[in-house]
Design a protein around this ligand. Structure first.
Ligand SMILES: O=C(O)CCC(=O)C(=O)O
Ligand SMILES: [Mn+2]
Length: 122
């Protein structure tokens, strides 16, 4: 992983209260208008003591952030280009997802949203 990514993730995690985050994985999701991600937990990582750091690029999206049970009503947050979300600790296994992407044209990335999630997977 490029140092600039590792450092962005580590600094963001520290600001969110998770000092010492050392990601070993960056998952990249690309969304076209209409694409969504249903509510889920991030459970593939071995160690849940590390947070998730999520960077949004391109078109804005509505991020759904719920509770520890799928039935918990998610809160909705608008994420714009450059926004970073950090979750961990008691929220590490919170259900989350992305509402269907509204159509639009981003000046740098065009008709898409790209999301990077930094994780400690191994
Ligand atoms: O695109 C996002 O903001 C969320 C992505 C996500 O939750 C995941 O890749 O597990
Ligand atoms: Mn996820």
């Amino acid at each position: 992983m490029p140092d600039v990514f590792r450092e962005l993730a580590a600094r963001s995690a520290e600001e969110g209260g998770f000092a010492g985050f050392a990601p070993d994985t960056c998952l990249i999701n690309r969304y076209e208008p209409g694409a969504r991600m249903s509510l889920h937990q991030d459970r593939d990582e071995r160690d849940f003591s590390a947070p998730i750091v999520s960077v949004s690029l391109g078109l804005p999206a509505i991020f759904l952030f719920g509770g520890l049970r799928r039935a918990d009503k998610p809160r909705r947050f608008r994420l714009a280009h450059g926004d970073v979300v950090v979750w961990g600790g008691p929220s590490r296994l919170a259900y989350h997802g992305v509402a269907p992407l509204a159509d639009g044209e981003h000046p740098l990335l065009g008709r898409q949203r790209v999301n990077l999630t930094f994780r400690r997977a191994r």
